[in-house]
Design a protein around this ligand. Sequence first.
Ligand SMILES: Cc1ncc(COP(=O)(O)O)c(C=O)c1O
Length: 303
Amino acid sequence: MSKKREVYFNGEFRPWDEANVHVMSHSFGRGSAIFEVIGFHDTPAGPAVFRLDEYLSRFWKSASLLEMEPPLTQSALQEAILKLVKRSELKSGFLKVYGFYPEISFNILPPQRKFQVAVCLFSAEEALGPLESPPRGVTACVSRWRRLDPQTVPIEAKVAANYVNGMVARMESREKGFDYAILLDTQGFLTEGGTESLFLVRDGRLLTSALGTVLQSITRKTLLEVAGTMGIETFTGLLKPDALDEADEIFFSGTSTKLLPVRQVGDRILNEVPGPLTRRLSERMAGIISGGDGQFRHWLFPA
Ligand SMILES: Cc1ncc(COP(=O)(O)O)c(C=O)c1O
């Protein structure tokens, strides 16, 4: 991490160690912080943030679902984020954008609606640790924990409190000797991982669960769109757990995860990992995020 490590905090650039919130703040006690994880990548034109507009729109959507009032406009936050990346002198990495209530609160209702914003920056190594290249793939199992039901909380809000769900599922999978968890919904259909979308490939078709019980992932949306332009047939809908036994390829996806092939699901070992379609999509995505793909250059926001 560069020496100039700063946090965009409540409208100004502050040193990392000075971006603090009280332990009795509403967001600490109730998990009411909304957040985004956004990637920026090295391109011939310098570091560029991938689909920044989409991530910020989702941030605004989370705020609206929880009746939180942003303290600035979306374009002002976009500008601040690009400035933070530029000031960091990092070529690539990840941003965590938070919207939180800093006020001291004993009760469940937030003391006020207007939230504060903080943006922190991480190098890829710091965020993900050493990466395998090419990835050998991970192991996964179906968790006994079901994905949060949309009738209990707004699951489309990326809010800290919702993430206990993915945390316990992931902890359970670790205890059983697997790397990752796959969560079913309360009806028993496949949804996604704890913090990643789930894709299956069957007979050349790319399959994933429909929106409704899964997060509106930006990577998921991107992959479906890119696959369409590559002539790959896609399906979004209800998927039974049996689909895991029949899939030719399985992978997780997400902003920091990118495309993460699964080499074993439960007792089942998959053959070629990463499989051919996973590899094709990974290569295309690598070109897109690094500015080498003219068709999707409008997804990049140079810092
Ligand atoms: C539950 C869940 N699903 C999927 C994803 C992947 O979303 P994105 O591609 O927007 O990073 C995330 C990311 O944090 C997540 O938390």
